[in-house]
Design a protein around this ligand. Structure first.
Ligand code: PRX
Length: 663
């Protein structure tokens, strides 16, 4: 485990507590209600989950079985029920007479605001679904979506759900190679993209990246590429393969009967990084996933018809799936969607948008908060106090630990000391929140995600699966299955079983991959970071191996090792140790090569994977058996004194060289 006792001590010493002052519109108005729900989930597990399944979703055919664990850990939830996710997100609100409610307020990079009601969104999703059907896309086919943060992106996802096709969204910042890998692994029949996206005043081509991906070869399953025209930029079109979306939409009816699928039908596959190999396709269900997306909107965010909800995550990540595309729409809420970036035209953009749209629930990542703190420190004009943020009532963070200073700033400067902060811990694999405070109930401690949601049996165990005492660090596990959990890894059930239900823990607990500790008094959970070789850079998950493979694919690189180091803004930064095939360059030449390698990684994976530090060495520190000593590399990356035992190191002289060679 990477955590050290000092770290545990410093976070456990946080004693500030903020008692909720929110008016309890919430279904969980106090801790007694929370505890009663937790007790219900333990006393009558099946009854509890069955109740939530019925309360949150409309079923075409009601389920009679709640949990089937006969083939654990391949759990089945609500297995004999039939439903449709898009029906639950759209039709049911329109049928209930709420078709005129605004579903999405979309703001473009340049500030153009577009609104769609539930009735309009339903019509657009139906047209899109009919386009997909006209191109022969069928239930269970996989569709890749490579789109900007936009109404069109959400429509594409919902249209897949409507016809029972499984979508796989690829984040718009990922490279051609990343698309290529996913197209092949998923066996996609169609790609939906746009000519370009506009972010920070710049137009970034998307379709040309898809062209490059398909040119890499082996994508024979792909029959068509649908292109949404968003800019004047346009793009090249391959005759027969590529189709302009808008003319096709115009020909289609605004009605489309939803395809009723069984609850276990894969709604989507979303690729995420693991510690080994290529990204894995996390497969989610329809029924259990959507139930939890809906329920957590109510519990964690207290969503009501009066709210304007804003989750700033991109649809390319799980947060954009659960808390942009599915959760808010399933609840019939009004949400804000933003194509741009928080610092354009300046770092007051978020505050301006909250003021302009009277946003009441704001959910973002600690990295964004930290960068906006920095900007506000430097320029009064972009400080949140300059804006009317009185509409806010609940704040949220996600994706990485929030340091107590950033938490306090968010609380005071953004939340005006009145808005509770939901520090939501969860993962691509958990489908929705698993450990988080509840806005009207949980006393808050800065930097802690507090307590598990009712029904989530989270615990901390040692390497043999035994519970550890509070105050002791260990592995975060979830002891019982829950409806929105990962079902399998697409094409790789063995990897799912070995990775998430390891034999060492008796094969019976879900292993989250994070270290954690519980506070001795409050029993609050504190996440200590990943225990595997997964980095968390600005809340984005990246495998060290992926970056290493990208580096060694460069013709000049012989070997590479990548570790994380703490970073003030991005939480963790990438530090790459590189051994070249030729002599190490010096001065300007070293800087030039390091920049070339950064560009290379950007091209291979995407800009988020660019190493911040690059250190050239004649070799890497290895044991006599040839294993790279990553612990040492972590210390060097942090510029820490080396306290570890280096007696097994084959080439100790290398340490000094790596220490001094940062570019
Ligand atoms: O290490 C944890 C961190 O993000 C990882 C999951 O990343 P991903 O699947 O990309 O999903 C991110 C959005 C849900 C976790 O294993 N993480 C997520 N939320 C928190 C967190 N670390 C600390 N505090 C959180 N609230």
């Amino acid at each position: 485990m990477s955590q050290n006792p000092q770290n545990i001590q410093s976070v456990l010493n946080e004693t500030r507590s903020f008692v909720p002052s929110l008016k309890a519109t919430s279904s969980v108005p106090d801790m007694a209600t929370y505890e009663a729900l937790c007790a219900e989930a333990v006393r009558d597990e099946q009854g509890f989950w069955a109740r939530l399944g019925r309360e949150n979703l409309d079923w075409h055919k009601p389920f009679t079985q709640t949990l089937d664990e006969s083939n654990a850990p391949f759990y089945r939830w609500y297995g004999d029920g039939l439903l449709n996710a898009s029906y639950n997100c759209l039709d049911r609100h329109v049928l209930a007479g709420r078709g005129d409610v605004t579903a999405i307020i979309s703001e473009s990079d340049s500030g153009v605001v577009t609104r769609v009601t539930y009735a309009e969104l339903l019509a657009r999703v139906c047209q899109m679904a009919n386009v997909l059907k006209s191109l022969g896309v069928q239930k269970s086919d996989r569709v890749i979506i490579y789109m900007p943060m936009s109404i069109e992106g959400i429509v594409a996802m919902q249209a897949c759900a409507r016809i029972g096709a499984t979508h796989s969204v690829v984040f718009g910042g990922f490279s051609a190679k990343a698309i290529h890998e996913r197209v092949i692994d998923a066996g996609a029949v169609l790609i939906i993209t746009a000519d370009a996206q506009t972010r920070g005043g710049k137009q970034l081509g998307l379709k040309l990246v898809v062209d490059e991906a398909l040119a890499l070869g082996g994508c024979d399953t792909v029959r068509h590429v649908l292109v949404n025209q968003r800019t004047e930029q346009g793009c090249d079109m391959v005759v027969g393969r590529d189709l302009a979306l808008e003319p096709l939409l115009a020909q289609q009816s605004t009605d489309c009967v939803p395809e009723w699928v069984d609850a276990e039908h894969p709604l989507f596959v979303l690729y995420t990084s693991g510690s080994t190999g290529t990204p894995k396709g996390v497969q989610h269900s329809t029924g259990g996933y959507l139930m939890w997306a809906t329920q957590t909107m109510k519990w964690s965010f207290d969503i009501t018809a009066q709210d304007v909800f804003w989750c700033t995550a991109d649809i390319g990540w799980i947060t954009g799936h659960t808390y942009v595309c599915y959760g808010p729409l399933s609840c019939g809420a009004t949400q804000l969607v933003f194509e741009g970036i928080p610092t354009y035209p300046d770092a007051s953009r978020f505050w301006q948008m909250i003021e302009r749209h009277r946003c009441s629930i704001f959910y973002t990542a600690p990295t964004a908060i930290r960068s906006l703190i920095k900007a506000a420190d430097m320029d009064e004009q972009v400080h949140p106090k300059k804006y009317d943020l009185s509409s806010l009532r609940i704040l949220g963070t996600v994706g990485e630990p929030i340091n107590p200073e950033a938490w306090m700033w968010y609380h005071k400067q953004v939340g005006g000391e009145r808005c509770p902060i939901m520090d939501t811990f969860w993962q691509t694999e958990t489908g929705g929140h698993v450990i988080t405070p509840l806005p009207a109930a949980t006393p808050l401690t800065p930097g802690s995600c507090t307590l598990p949601l009712p029904g989530i049996q989270a615990a901390i165990v040692d390497e043999t699966g035994e519970d550890v005492e509070n105050g002791q660090g260990g592995l975060l596990v979830i002891k019982r299955p829950w409806p929105s959990m990962i079902r399998t890894i697409w094409n790789n059930p063995e990897r799912f079983k070995a990775g998430y239900y390891p034999e060492e823990l008796g094969g019976r607990y879900y292993l989250a991959g994070d270290g954690a500790v519980r506070h001795s008094d409050t029993t609050y959970f504190q996440i200590m970071g990943r225990i595997d070789d997964v980095l968390n850079v600005s809340g984005h998950r990246l495998g060290t191996m992926e970056i290493e493979s990208a580096l060694v694919a460069h013709p000049m690189v012989a070997e590479a090792a990548v570790v994380g180091k703490p970073d003030e803004v991005s939480g963790e930064a990438i530090c790459a140790f590189v051994v070249l095939k030729s002599a190490i360059p010096e001065g300007e030449a070293a800087v030039k090569l390091a920049n070339e390698l950064r560009e290379w990684v950007k091209h291979e994976i995407g800009p988020i994977a660019k190493p911040k530090d690059i250190r050239f060495g004649d070799n890497l520190p290895k044991t006599r058996s040839g294993k790279i000593m990553r612990r040492l590399l972590r210390s060097i990356a942090k510029d820490e004194a080396i306290t570890q035992d280096t007696s097994t190191l084959e080439n100790p002289a290398i340490l000094d060289q790596l220490r001094t060679s940062v570019v």
